[in-house]
Design a protein around this ligand. Structure first.
Ligand SMILES: NC(=O)c1ccc[n+]([C@@H]2O[C@H](COP(=O)([O-])OP(=O)(O)OC[C@H]3O[C@@H](n4cnc5c(N)ncnc54)[C@H](OP(=O)(O)O)[C@@H]3O)[C@@H](O)[C@H]2O)c1
Length: 445
């Protein structure tokens, strides 16, 4: 890989890169099939990704005709990295075994290891025989929607495809590595004004927030809508805030510390609720919700914006869904993509039907949505949310930081990139967008 990195850093041509041999094995962050029972009996919050995520060589898979070999310069931690590393709610090896049943190319994915990671920026090294739009030397980012485009179910909204998967979570050979295999229809241009690590941190969360807020596939926000955003300085929440502001809406951001409240205000989100300071207790015990507390949140929102939010951006799940359904405006939409605190959800259906609210599900984004969301990053209209950066060797630690909700925005990981700050191709655009905006989430501590 050193030869490949040297070539990339010296500006080798695509032809020269394509002529370099792909090594037979490469360094990857991975979990092991033999380890899936390692946390039995341990509480979720005490499961330590440093114990399960290993860094070491894995064998390089053969390239399918519709794939490229990507030299990964940087990647990022997502919450699915956490799920894989704590083997919850299920070990991910089941996904790989299912994919293996799809034929020769799928079979490559069932291995004793799962090389993880659903974000990347890097350089295309070689392309499969069916790849038309990309070539060696292209500097790219990767979105994680992995679909079989020969399946008819993929040809309306590819997120509806019957074998839609998340790359690096439901497939092997993901982005937290020096090399990866990626389908050509996952590739997008790298934002030229960003570093490798800034470019790598966006695609998963940015595309998810775009579909949830902007796209007609989910909430389809219109100008003037008020949007309650849980975890508004988190991975998906931080992009959601930007989409609401860009689209002429009014975000009401919920966070859990004064520092996060300040960060939101600096982003231009005027209305902020510190859920910790407010001390909401939506559940009075494990089995009982407290409607008085939902009402208190609703009153707090009205005190800020004078009305109920047309959209609630929901992902904490069990702990907040009852409140989210309650506070959404009459005729409003709760858009949900996750359930971090528990997926067995309970809400009072009377508040939903009597006030004609709807709950809309959303999951990642199709290629078109991911492409449009990436274009906004490329144009400097949506900013990366990179807070901290770790070397690949510390992927377990990086995943632990996200697991424990210890930092804002996105946690980046350097793969082949030997240091931070490399990869900027358009310094003029960077200056025009503004260093302060691009690095607003950087942890200054
Ligand atoms: N379906 C998809 O395509 C998709 C895509 C991306 C992410 N996800 C899922 O979405 C969830 C969030 O992802 P993320 O990347 O934004 O994670 P993140 O960076 O950890 O941010 C989540 C934020 O939510 C808030 N939060 C966590 N637990 C909460 C609770 N019980 N009540 C209220 N707020 C809570 C926290 O903010 P405060 O403490 O500041 O309030 C936290 O920072 C994860 O479950 C992830 O797997 C799904």
């Amino acid at each position: 890989m050193q030869e490949i990195l040297d070539a990339i850093q010296s500006g080798a041509s695509g032809e020269d890169l394509a002529a370099l041999p792909i090594p037979q094995s490469y360094r990857a962050a991975h979990v092991l099939r033999d380890d899936v029972a390692m946390f039995e009996g341990v509480a979720s919050e005490d499961k330590d990704p440093r114990k399960s995520i290993r860094i070491g060589d894995v064998p390089t898979p053969e390239l399918a005709p519709d794939e490229v070999y990507l030299a990964v310069m940087a990647s990022a931690i997502n919450f699915n990295t956490v799920w894989t590393s704590i083997f919850e709610p299920l070990p991910t090896f089941g996904f790989l075994d299912r994919l293996a049943r799809e034929g020769k190319w799928g079979a490559r994915h069932a291995q004793p290891f799962h090389a993880i990671g659903s974000d990347a920026s890097g350089v295309v090294l070689q392309v499969g025989s069916a790849v038309r739009n990309w070539k060696p030397g292209d500097r790219v980012t990767v979105h994680c929607n992995h679909v079989d485009d020969q399946d008819p179910s993929a040809h309306d909204d590819s997120m509806h495809a019957s074998n839609q998967r998340i790359w690096g979570f439901e497939t092997n050979f993901g982005g937290l590595a020096d090399l990866s295999i990626v389908k050509a229809n996952q590739l997008m241009p790298k934002p030229a004004h960003l570093t490798w690590e800034e470019a790598a941190c966006n695609a998963l969360c940015n595309s998810t927030a775009y579909r949830m807020i902007v796209s007609r596939s989910a909430a389809g926000m219109k100008q003037g809508d008020a949007v309650l955003i849980w975890g508004a300085t988190g991975g998906i929440g931080g992009y959601a805030v930007q989409y609401v502001l860009n689209g002429g809406g009014t975000p009401v951001g919920v966070v859990s510390s004064p520092e996060r409240a300040e960060l939101l205000k600096a982003m231009g989100c005027e209305h902020v609720i510190d859920r910790k300071a407010a001390g909401y207790k939506f559940w009075s015990d494990e089995h009982t919700q407290d409607e008085k507390e939902w009402r208190r949140l609703g009153k707090d929102i009205r005190a800020l914006i004078g009305r109920d939010p047309e959209i609630v951006f929901e992902h904490p799940g069990r702990s907040t869904m009852g409140a989210s359904v309650f506070v959404a405006a009459r005729g409003g939409t709760v858009v949900t993509c996750a359930a971090t605190s528990g997926y067995m959800i309970e809400y009072d259906n009377r508040h939903l039907w009597m006030k004609l609210k709807r709950i809309v599900s959303s999951h990642f984004a199709n290629y078109r949505e991911a492409w449009d969301a990436n274009r906004l990053i490329c144009e400097g209209k949506v900013q990366p949310l990179l807070s901290r950066v770790y070397p690949l060797t510390d992927t377990g630690e990086a995943a632990g930081v996200v697991h424990r909700n210890e930092t804002e925005g996105k946690v980046g990981v350097l793969c082949l990139a030997p240091e931070e700050g490399l990869g900027i191709d358009d310094p003029e655009l960077r200056a025009k967008v503004g260093e302060d905006k691009i690095t607003r989430f950087r942890d200054k501590s």
